[in-house]
Design a protein around this ligand. Sequence first.
Ligand SMILES: Cc1cc2nc3c(=O)[nH]c(=O)nc-3n(C[C@H](O)[C@H](O)[C@H](O)COP(=O)(O)O)c2cc1C
Length: 221
Amino acid sequence: MTDRFAVQVLVFSASLREHSLNDRLATLAARSVEALGVSVDRAAMSDFDCPSYDGDEEREGHMPEGAVRLKDRLTASDGFILVSPEYNASMPGILKNVIDWTSRFRPQPFTRRYGMLMSASPSMSGGNRGLWSLRIPLEHLGARVYPDMFSLAQAHQAFAGDGRIADAQLQKRFDETIACWLQSVEAAKHYPMMKTQWIEFLGERPDEAIDRVEQTEVRAA
Ligand SMILES: Cc1cc2nc3c(=O)[nH]c(=O)nc-3n(C[C@H](O)[C@H](O)[C@H](O)COP(=O)(O)O)c2cc1C
């Protein structure tokens, strides 16, 4: 019998590079999640890479396979851990591009999904500014993005030979942050009366012609 409260987490990094620091951190995050008995769908950015968004292609029903895959794998998961490089103090263009494509599906797959954001960079800030830019489209789309974000500074020197973070205290903080986030994902599954609707421009005059709204039953406690 399957546990109806068991959660599944999608984990991927937003780098296509073979020796990506962010992908190493994503692998470590997947290990940390699995160590807590939670099942992981480990994806690669190459699974989701898409041609540049084109509204004409969308109108003709040509949704790129990368966006279809991200939609399907998000939909099959309760939460996602996204480990993203910082490019010029923001998120990589390939990531924003696939978010834009994926946001066009209905039901819109980011809404009500629990997100945890991480980054790795050789810099002292660990790519943290890029994560603040990434919060904006994800929260706009109704993802529940966890307040804490893990940014691994000087990442080119931070890993030990076994793939863990060499600094034991930092590794402990990493594991504990993931454990706390997972509890919030599990809690949301246990308590389905939590808010379950997405209204793109909440507080704006309702207008059927432009509204992007997904309403499901809001249950009283
Ligand atoms: C176009 C570009 C812009 C970058 N901008 C930043 C930046 O703003 N902040 C930063 O910390 N690192 C920046 N970097 C360095 C990346 O953090 C570094 O290349 C990192 O290793 C990329 O992630 P990956 O190893 O997962 O591929 C930039 C790299 C590139 C290629």
